[in-house]
Design a protein around this ligand. Structure first.
Ligand SMILES: Nc1ncnc2c1ncn2[C@@H]1O[C@H](COP(=O)(O)OP(=O)(O)OP(=O)(O)O)[C@@H](O)[C@H]1O
Ligand SMILES: [Mg+2]
Length: 323
């Protein structure tokens, strides 16, 4: 890890901002331009990974494709002493994680306003064929004026890199709290994957907690796969059934039943009264049954059979020995 005052290429390290899944994030002074920037450098776990340089290049490329006030801007990427790095513009802001901790549950109008701004940024990504796939409060900064900025395109899906599935990177993936069921199942995901994450964040802003909580990540994942979103209007005073339906629609387990894209989600945000309330009554179809060879009865039966066989073989063996 770099120390404050260290020089790294043409940057002087000023502060360690965060430790991410694969990288350390520093505030640094660019000696060439005289500007403060953010440096992302692989952490110990991924420092020798030859793919990291390409990942940063891709992340920069994604940011350069986009131009929106709610999207982090990239500056440069490079390599110094065989260590790849990514440079982004410094944002004066607070992590949305801290903001949520302090402000949620929050009044519906404020939550909707904030989510609308994030949705605008995401719609811009989708318009450019980019799916973020890691939307969560840790990857959003809130400026002192209350403007959200989406960061971390490390998992983003672009047309040119469509093979990067979540499964490939799951070792580095953080919390499953905002992960869509199809991502948990290892699929690539599409615009609806971001809709799901945004719906989950809206739930959290309104309720003060995420919809699916559990002792560990496995429990949380299985709830995303099999659980039904709690009805917000029954839990949180001031949340209308329409708003609860909006969230439930964005969080449908089956992508085909979910709010189909960001423009539709934004339409729902603008006109919650038009969202079909039937979604609140509809209990989603039971999750797919396990194949019979993974059912408990089959496994127990198989075990019993094996034990029986061993006993028979032993008995025969003993008998043969005594002869
Ligand atoms: N431009 C920035 N300005 C201020 N703070 C930033 C900036 N970029 C990142 N940060 C801080 O660093 C944290 C981690 O950044 P980011 O999410 O980009 O990296 P990461 O999670 O480590 O990514 P990866 O998992 O791909 O390694 C953010 O949550 C934020 O607090
Ligand atoms: Mg991150």
């Amino acid at each position: 890890m770099l120390q404050i005052g260290d020089q790294f290429d043409h940057f002087q390290i000023r502060a360690h901002l965060a430790q991410g899944g694969m990288s350390d994030i520093y505030r640094a002074y660019d000696l060439l331009t005289g500007q403060e920037v953010v440096l992302k450098i692989p952490n110990r776990a991924s420092i020798g990974d030859p793919a990291q340089y390409e990942r940063f290049q891709r992340e920069l490329e994604v940011m350069r494709t986009l131009d929106h006030p709610a999207i982090q801007k990239g500056v440069d990427s490079g390599q110094f002493n065989a260590t790849p790095y990514l440079v982004t513009r410094l944002i004066n802001g607070e992590s949305m994680r801290d903001f949520v901790q302090r402000s949620a549950p929050m009044p519906a109008d404020a939550a909707l306003r904030l989510v609308r701004k994030i949705a605008d940024g995401l719609a811009h990504c989708h318009d450019h064929g980019i799916i973020h796939r890691d939307i969560k409060p840790e990857n959003i900064l809130i400026t002192p004026d209350g403007e959200p900025i989406i960061l971390d395109f490390g998992l983003a899906l672009t047309k040119s890199a469509y093979r990067v599935t979540y499964a490939n990177l799951s070792g580095a993936a953080g919390t499953p709290d905002y992960m869509a069921p199809e991502q948990i199942e290892g699929h690539r995901g599409d615009v609806r994957t971001d809709v799901y994450a945004l719906g989950t964040m809206l739930f959290e802003l309104l309720a003060g907690h995420v919809p699916f909580e559990g002792e560990n990540q496995m429990v949380v994942m299985s709830l995303h796969l099999q659980g039904t979103v709690p009805r917000l209007d029954r839990e949180v005073p001031g949340v209308t059934p329409q708003l609860a339906a909006l969230v439930a629609r964005a969080m449908q387990r089956d992508p085909d039943r979910r709010t189909p894209d960001l423009p539709s989600f934004i339409q729902d945000l603008e006109h919650p009264e038009a969202v079909d309330l039937a979604i609140l009554e509809r209990v989603e179809a039971a999750p797919r049954a396990l194949p019979f060879w993974r059912s408990q009865a089959f496994v127990s039966g198989l075990l019993a059979l094996v034990v029986l066989l061993v006993i028979v073989i032993l008995a025969f063996g003993l008998q043969a020995l005594h002869k």
